[in-house]
Structure formats: structure tokens, C-alpha cells
Write a protein that binds this ligand. Structure first.
Ligand code: TYD
Length: 205
């Protein structure tokens, strides 16, 4: 079988890492080889870039931020995602280029199609076979992050309007590519969401 590339998208606190871990567990139990990755920070270089992007104290202008995410993506796709797919493995990744379009495009108000083109250039045109969008209202997302008591990073510290634009952009991206996206209401129970994702992924195996 040719490899599969599945990405999970959604706002902060929408449950992507929980669902990607459950999906990976299930696929492994079905006998598949799974590579679990994330952006930013799926590689050693990516971890260094992640530190700059999320925790740099100084201001980062939007185009520089977009380029940093694109640099992380270029290196991750070339050294992790493509090699795994070439081996026929399944790559499950938290966040990919749709995050750049939503956060740097709609959030930072850059041109969404330019950001998408930049990402596609970085990734040599690689698009996911399936993108699961875990959609969550901004208030609910905030409440989950507050409950975690974590220190907010540069993106999480943005105001509600920023996150509202990000959410609207994700939904528009999903509407524009209904075959690639599975949109789920992230407020649903964890096991219900996991089951819905399994059902869809099973159609690709
Ligand atoms: P993530 O690792 O999902 O955050 P956390 O570990 O805190 O849950 O992503 C870090 C942040 O980076 C998140 O707020 C979304 C943002 N981001 C972008 O703005 N553009 C991108 O292209 C990507 C991949 C992430």
C-alpha cells in the first residue's frame, strides 16, 4: 500500500493530540506502521524553530512568522513525512499547512492564498489524504486552556477576535475541500470523536 498522510487541525485546546494518539493506537493495533508527527517541532531543527516561534520575547513580523512555520514544514516533510510515506507507512500529524493559512493568513491578516502557496512550495506540493478538523468555539477552547493552567505561548495569548478569525478560516478551508476534510464538533465526547475518525480512516485503508 502507498503511504497515507492524515493531519489534524483545529484551535488550541480542541483535542488534536488526544485524537491523534487514539487514532495511532488503533492503526497500530490493526497492524499498520504509524509515524506520529507534529508541526511546529516534528524534527530537531523544528524544535529549535518552535522555541523561537512560540516563545521569542521580541515581536516577530507576520511574514517572518509565516516563513518560520514554512521552514519547519519544509524540513519536516522532507525528512519525516515523505520518507515514511515512501516506506508505505501512515503519517498522523498534528497541524499542517491549513494552520498556516488560518493563523498567519486569517489570524495575522496575510493573504491566505499566498500563505498556502508558500507552504505548498515548502512542502513540494504535498497535501494530506485526509484532514480532520476538530472545530471548537473560542470560549470553550479558552476554558479548556485555562483549566490546564499552562502558560500561554505567543499564539495562544492572542485575543478572542484573532482566534475567531482562525476558526472561521478553518471552516472555510474545509468547505472549499469537502473531500479532504472531515469536520467534527470537538465538544463531543472523546470516544465518539475517535469512532467517527476511525470510520472515515477505514475508508482509506
Ligand atoms: P501546537 O503545537 O498545536 O500548540 P500546543 O502544543 O500549545 O497545543 O501549535 C503551536 C501554535 O502554533 C498553535 O497556537 C498554532 C500555531 N501554528 C501557526 O500559527 N501556524 C502553523 O503553520 C502551525 C503549524 C501552527
Amino acid at each position: 500500500m502507498a503511504g497515507l498522510f492524515i493531519t489534524l487541525e483545529g484551535g488550541d485546546g480542541s483535542g488534536k493530540s488526544t485524537q491523534s494518539a487514539l487514532l495511532a493506537q488503533w492503526l497500530v493495533s490493526e497492524g499498520h506502521t504509524v509515524v506520529h508527527s507534529r508541526e511546529p517541532g516534528g524534527t530537531d531543527l523544528g524544535l529549535e524553530l518552535r522555541e523561537i516561534i512560540l516563545h521569542s520575547r521580541g515581536h516577530i513580523v507576520p511574514r517572518a512568522e509565516a516563513l518560520l512555520y514554512a521552514a519547519d514544514r519544509a524540513h519536516n516533510v522532507a525528512t519525516v513525512v515523505r520518507p515514511a510515506m515512501d516506506r508505505g507507512e501512515i503519517v498522523i500529524q498534528d497541524r499542517y499547512l491549513d494552520s498556516s493559512v488560518a493563523y498567519q493568513g486569517a489570524g495575522r491578516v496575510l493573504d491566505g492564498s499566498e500563505v498556502r502557496d508558500l507552504s505548498l512550495w515548502a512542502a513540494e506540493g504535498l497535501l494530506p489524504d485526509l484532514t480532520v478538523l476538530l472545530d471548537l468555539g473560542v470560549a470553550e477552547s479558552r476554558a479548556r486552556l485555562d483549566a490546564d493552567e499552562k502558560v500561554f505561548d505567543r499564539l495562544e495569548s492572542e485575543k478572542a477576535e484573532f482566534h475567531d478569525r482562525v476558526r472561521t478560516s478553518f471552516l472555510a478551508l474545509a468547505a472549499a475541500e469537502p473531500d479532504r476534510f472531515l469536520v467534527l464538533d470537538a465538544a463531543r465526547a472523546i470516544d465518539e470523536l475517535a469512532e467517527a475518525i476511525r470510520v472515515r480512516v477505514a475508508t482509506l485503508l
